[in-house]
Write a protein that binds this ligand. Structure first.
Ligand code: GLU
Length: 318
């Protein structure tokens, strides 16, 4: 009996080891810890990992530099999936702008998520009421690798500005920028991000700060010339100090992967999100207005991944 028991135990151990060996780890690139991408990745992984017993996938979503860093990591095969702004999804696939000469033809779209206004927030005492007022000021233009850093380059080019137009162009990460604004190390920060979010909330609770509109003929032209830009508004009253709507332009946060990632893996990830869609939407206030239809149609320029298409067909959405 004793022998039988220990054999059974050894058998169970082996079975345990075998199923562990089959587990497949997938990594999702996100953004700074105080941003919304981090919550997108963490939320997706949480839903995927609830089903590990059935599909053997184990998902992790570490903090990263943001859109450009994620796309580059997926292109290099270092990450399986990631969140990226719709403008950079487009440029990566088409080999334009930042990705000139480095097209990512295997890039695949999975779905889009929340909208991301190009957001400028300034200390109330800095006298900045329009984007043009940033000239000569100390501005955090974002960390290299982030979507806001790359999109800021596009805006500067459209306006004919260079780094020399600022008294200081700092490259702090999102997690550091609210404190820098509060400590009067910078006059304004730039962040392409969903709202409401903790980072901007932190900034306005640390110091009197105002959202700055981003508009004018150059911005109108950017919107007219590029399918991935649209007018965007940060609603009045969302943050202290900004009682009125703030007009700017924006993109979408999107979820991307590579054609090299298994159809089954992408299928299971998409299924985990859309089979639990109400639960997903509750995980961040910026997800509140998401709809299935919008997510599988808006902001996507790379072809859909086959694994995602399989799920969308099953639901008769495609
Ligand atoms: N849009 C930012 C980026 O592409 C990230 C925003 C966030 O983390 O929510 O890097």
């Amino acid at each position: 009996m004793k022998l039988f028991k220990s054999l059974a135990f050894a058998g169970a151990m082996l079975a345990g080891t075998a199923s562990f060996a089959q587990e497949k780890f997938i990594t999702i690139g996100t953004g700074g810890q105080t941003g919304v991408y981090f919550v997108v990745g963490q939320s997706i992984c949480r839903l995927v990992n609830r089903g590990t017993a059935e599909h053997n996938l184990k998902c992790t979503a570490p903090s990263t530099g943001g859109s450009i860093a994620n796309i580059n990591a997926i292109m290099a095969g270092d990450m399986d999936m990631g969140v990226a702004q719709s403008d950079w999804q487009y440029h990566a696939y088409n080999g334009t702008s930042e990705f000139e000469g480095n097209a990512f033809k295997d890039e695949r779209a999975v779905f889009s998520v929340h909208g991301e206004p190009f957001t400028v927030i300034a200390r109330a005492d800095a006298g900045i009421t329009s984007f043009a007022d940033l000239k000569g000021k100390r501005v955090n233009i974002g960390n290299p690798g982030s979507g806001q850093y790359a999109t800021m380059q596009v805006v500067m080019k459209a306006l004919g500005w260079t780094m020399d137009d600022f008294a200081l162009a700092s490259e702090l990460k999102p997690a550091e920028q609210a404190a820098a604004l509060g400590d009067n190390k910078v006059d304004a920060i730039i962040y392409t991000v969903g709202h409401p979010n903790g980072s901007i909330q932190e900034a306005v609770s640390t110091v009197d700060a105002v959202l700055v509109p981003v508009e004018g003929p150059e911005i109108d032209k950017l919107i007219a010339d590029n399918p991935f830009y649209a007018k965007a508004t940060v609603p009045g009253g969302m943050y202290d100090g900004s009682p009125n709507d703030t007009t700017t332009f924006g993109v979408k946060a999107t979820f991307v992967t590579s054609a090299k990632v298994d159809d089954d893996v992408v299928y299971q990830v998409v299924k985990a999100v859309f089979d639990n869609f109400d639960r997903f939407k509750r995980l961040h206030p910026a997800f509140e207005n998401l709809t299935e239809e919008g997510m599988i149609n808006d902001g996507l320029s790379a072809p859909l991944h086959d694994g995602a298409v399989r799920y969308y067909k099953e639901r008769s959405w495609k």
